[in-house]
Design a protein around this ligand. Structure first.
Ligand code: NAD
Ligand code: UGA
Length: 459
């Protein structure tokens, strides 16, 4: 079959894989190829054991792979054959040199740009899918046009807003698709071409266009606003614990104001994930770069509150459990940074396990999907750590349970049975407020939710 377009995605990760699989699923008239430098990842995409866990993804891959979706390590061939190239490589926080710990590390992105320039033989639309600092498209354009190569490139910005765990739902039914372009006739033409791809399944009123800098910046700002809501509610959770107010009641009262809205107001042990912290720090760095110290300081506060919340959670465990955790067995319910994913990048679990190890506690970790990643994250940590899939077995003989991920299964366990198997007195620290606290208290647990009065059996 002759395909209408050849679409390439460079970077077969959490974004590139699901996003381009959705395009292949919705648009059988296009041939979609996803390439990566990592051959193991590509082998996994070509197997029945996909490299990422995402509800609904397996079905889409099964339907499209070999039909109009292909995974490969042949990046050069992919570039030569494509009309449109999505760049979805990782852009982590820089760990060296100027801006270390804050700025985005653009080395993977730049290598890709140079590789495209070297191998392209026909005009191409280059789509920035990775999250990038504002003005990156200018650098991309300069790299692409810096040789005698006569090939014409148009650079677009099309940031991705999917959240892990709901990626397929988000891609199928996005709140909005944002496409930014240069406002030249060629830029607008390229923009329309990308609009038409999404219009295969996204209602047109939800496909919004803008100038390219607004698009790049909107992605960083969207993540900053989302994370800011969590830090706002988490900061208030600390005040609730001091004043007998209940964070769930406060969040409900505040969120019912339609100007505020009720989503993303769940107090927690802290936000994790590969992007919130990295993108806010990138925003902070950009503000500093442009001399906007006050603005930088404002956004830095969102990250600081998150660090505070994680530390506060551990200190609460320490003071509650008689100021010593040495030799105590503590079971972490969940290690993924959120439910329905096996991803543990920047998960609060990493910090908390590390701090518990410093206190010389024994840590038992259970999680339905993230144990393999947890082992890799904690490799080399000097501590007694065990990894146990079954939560009943994991909590047996423990002094405390700390709920770190809001997996549904943790709300439905037989806590009477768990209580019987634990060392007394038993403590439960609900870092997600997903358990039935009254019931746990009645069973005999000393219960410590986030942002709510503690319930203890001590006089
Ligand atoms: P990831 O690490 O899962 O995937 C990136 C992939 O790019 C890796 O497989 C890596 O091997 C590959 N790669 C790196 N350099 C390459 C090169 N030169 N050629 C070919 N492949 C190369 O990262 P991710 O989570 O998919 O994130 C990608 C981008 O999307 C980041 O900028 C991130 O901020 C952004 N983003 C992520 C999410 C998310 O939920 N994870 C959501 C929205 C946006
Ligand atoms: C987030 C954004 O939601 C996506 O729109 C964005 O595309 C993505 O980052 C990205 O750029 O990488 P993600 O990190 O996958 O998606 O997951 P979220 O649902 O946003 O959760 C992030 C963290 O905040 C998790 O640790 C979650 O448990 C925590 N969270 C979320 C709370 O603590 N409280 C809430 O009310 C909501």
């Amino acid at each position: 079959m002759a395909f209408e377009k050849n679409i390439l995605c460079i970077g077969a990760g959490y974004v590139g894989g699901p996003t381009l699989a959705m395009i292949a699923h919705k648009c059988p008239q296009y041939r979609v190829t996803i390439v990566d430098i990592n051959p193991i990842r590509i082998d996994q995409w070509n197997s029945d054991d996909l490299p990422i866990y995402e509800p609904g993804l397996d079905e889409i891959i099964k339907e499209t792979r070999g039909r109009n979706l292909f995974f490969s390590t042949d990046i050069e061939k992919g570039i030569k054959e494509s009309d449109i190239i999505f760049v979805s490589v990782n852009t982590p926080t820089k760990t060296f040199g100027a801006g270390a710990g804050m700025a985005a590390d653009l080395q993977y992105w730049e290598k890709t740009a140079r590789q495209i320039r070297k191998n392209a033989e026909s005009p191409k639309i280059i789509v920035e899918k990775s999250t990038l600092p504002v003005k990156t498209a200018l650098a991309m354009h300069r790299i692409l046009t810096s040789t005698e190569n006569e090939v014409r490139f148009e650079v677009l910005s099309n940031p991705e807003f999917l959240a892990e765990g709901t990626a397929i739902k988000d891609l199928e039914n996005p709140d909005r698709v944002l496409i930014g372009s240069m406002e030249t006739p060629e830029g607008l033409k390229a923009r329309n071409e990308l609009v038409e791809i999404y219009a295969n399944w996204v209602p047109r009123e939800r496909i919004i266009t803008s100038n390219i800098w607004s698009s790049e910046l909107s992605k960083l700002v969207s993540n900053a606003f989302l994370a800011q809501r969590i830090s706002s509610i988490n900061s208030i959770s600390a005040l609730c614990e001091k004043t007998d107010a209940d964070i769930t009641e406060v969040a409900r009262a505040v969120g019912m104001d339609s100007r505020v809205g009720n989503k993303f107001l769940n107090a927690s042990v802290g936000f994790g994930g590969s992007c919130f912290k990295k993108d806010i720090l990138n925003l902070v760095y950009l503000c500093q770069y442009y001399g906007l110290e006050e603005v930088a300081e404002y956004w830095r506060g969102v990250v600081s509150i998150n660090e505070y919340q994680k530390e506060r959670f551990v200190l609460n465990m320490l003071s509650t459990m008689f100021n010593t955790l040495a030799g105590k067995r503590i079971c972490l319910f969940g290690f993924a940074f959120k439910a329905n994913t096996g991803d543990t990048r920047e998960s609060p679990g990493i910090f908390i396990a590390g701090r518990l190890a410093e206190e010389k506690a024994e840590v038992v970790i259970t999680d339905p999907e993230a144990l393999k990643n947890a082992m890799a994250d904690l490799d080399g940590l000097e501590a007694k750590i065990s990894y146990v899939k079954d939560p009943y077995e994991a909590s047996t003989g423990c002094d405390a349970i700390a709920v770190l991920t809001e997996w549904d299964i943790y709300a439905d366990l037989d806590y009477g049975k768990i209580y019987e198997s634990m060392t007394k007195p038993c403590f439960i620290f609900d870092g997600r407020n997903i358990l039935d606290h009254e019931r746990l208290f009645d069973i005999g647990f000393n219960v410590f939710p986030i942002g709510k009065p503690a319930m203890t059996h001590f006089s």
